[in-house]
Design a protein around this ligand. Structure first.
Ligand code: CA
Length: 252
């Protein structure tokens, strides 16, 4: 292989891996993340504060023509000078920008995590974290986002009284809208994409959390219970999400 071919191959690889915007005010962390991701072949953009990052998406504030749609993933610190990470996240979603956002923050309480996900972030990682974990999360987010943004890959899903709108992230039971956490939503979406298919706990983890999931597969049971509490008349005798003993779960 000539060096030209090699360069071309590398740049194709880079295009596939994606362009990552790192929003982080601490130089050392910014540089560490950026070096690790660049080594993996990601293309890197940097912002030291929220406003700079926002302008990379929507152009100078008040001049929304200059959108930059070429960012595939945002790694977002919460504690930033000026506009904080949560506000930035909320603003991006408000603008209709659905680029995956991974929050990295030293604030690791459950409250922060929940608030982060509620304002539209896709995942959350608590500092200090290992670079391998970060890279694995980035890859998983990109994989999921690309899988879900293929043209016409997101038809409205229906099963009995449940209607799920993948792009709007909304679920209705009859006419009543039910609110779901991102993980609950993705689990339900998985079931509704193939009704009556049995999914094992490991398959659900693989599809919803990604290969790098570090927790216990009882997590799945907990989420299934929460989903049942929202959808079922009698959660202990479910009509929708049924347990298939020894195998996993099935819709219908
Ligand atoms: Ca910070």
């Amino acid at each position: 292989m000539s060096s030209l071919e090699l360069t071309q191959l590398q740049s194709n690889l880079r295009v596939k891996l994606g362009r990552v915007l790192i929003v982080e005010d601490e130089e050392l962390i910014r540089e560490t993340i950026s070096l690790s991701l660049a080594e993996e072949g990601f293309e890197i953009l940097l912002a030291e504060d929220g406003l700079t990052a926002l302008e990379m998406f929507v152009g100078p504030v008040g001049n929304p023509q200059n959108q930059n749609p070429d960012i595939d993933l945002v790694i977002l610190d919460l504690m930033l000078p000026g506009m904080n990470g949560l506000d930035l996240c909320r603003l991006l979603r408000y603008q209709g920008i659905d680029t995956p956002i991974l929050i990295v923050s030293a604030k690791g309480t459950e409250i922060d995590r929940v608030v982060g996900l509620e304002v539209g972030a896709d995942d959350y990682l608590t500092k200090p974290f290992g670079m391998r974990e970060l890279i694995a999360r980035c890859r998983a987010l990109l994989r999921r986002h690309r899988g879900s943004s293929q043209p016409d890959a997101n038809p409205v899903l229906k099963f009995k009284d449940i209607t799920l709108h993948p792009k709007e992230c909304r679920v209705f039971l009859g006419k009543k809208e039910i609110s779901f956490s991102p993980k609950e939503f993705r689990i339900l979406e998985l079931f509704m994409s193939q009704p009556r298919r049995v999914w094992s706990r490991d398959q659900i983890i693989d599809q919803v959390w990604g290969h790098d999931f570090m927790g216990d597969n009882k997590t799945v049971d907990v989420h299934i219970r929460w989903i049942r509490e929202k959808l079922e008349n009698d959660p202990s005798n479910p009509e929708y999400l049924k347990t298939v003993r020894g195998f996993g779960y099935r819709l219908g």
